[in-house]
Design a protein around this ligand. Sequence first.
Ligand SMILES: Cc1ncc(COP(=O)(O)O)c(C=O)c1O
Length: 240
Amino acid sequence: MNCIGLHAHIGSQIFELQPHHDLGAVMVQWLSKAAQYGLPVKELNIGGGLGIRYTESDDPPSIEEWVRVVVESVKVACEAQQVPLPKLLCEPGRSLIGPACVTAYSVGSQKIVPEIRTYLTVDGGMSDNPRPITYQSLYRVVAANRMSAPITETVTIAGKHCESGDILIKDASLPITHPGDILVVMATGAYNYSMSSNYNRIPRPSAVLVREGEANIILQRETYQDLIRQDRLPERLKQS
Ligand SMILES: Cc1ncc(COP(=O)(O)O)c(C=O)c1O
């Protein structure tokens, strides 16, 4: 065995820097232990876990702050334990790409259940964003074509997949909306496309890269033809 490094990943959506600081110190203890066993481990990977802002109350530290805290903690611990400084690696995960993307939906029908809740349906849901149904993750939504309208409504945004759990956002605050309005859900750049599916044979939407007034399609919208591309008829049926 050629042991070149140690790796740890303490979790996801962590908003405090203290656990990352503590991790640095703990991992240096393991570097020291490895050296005692004659394993001169030269690399330390402290994983990811930096939270991103999904909702307005989320207040994540910046990547710079995270790196500064970890580097400081590793340096201090290395000095205290007389361990040579390792090559330090990290896995910023969603903090790199999550906030860079939004998902746009069209509003469909509305269903009012008196004194319970109002549902707004959209032309997507659990197939393009499986996080809410999988682990009840929270998102912020705005009505992109009504940004100056007063926020007066509390609505639950439901997907189109015919599942009772296909709820993108519970109790979202929005202005009055109408069919065809555009709802934009924030911070969908990480774990959305990678975890998307063709649930109920819904084709995936396209992805558009927008930068400085330029828009490029970087992922073609799926067609029904795409969905049946791998389907085959048994020989017997082909002949008849
Ligand atoms: C080993 C490892 N590193 C990094 C990450 C990235 O985590 P996040 O995107 O939550 O920062 C994950 C996610 O689960 C992971 O398992």
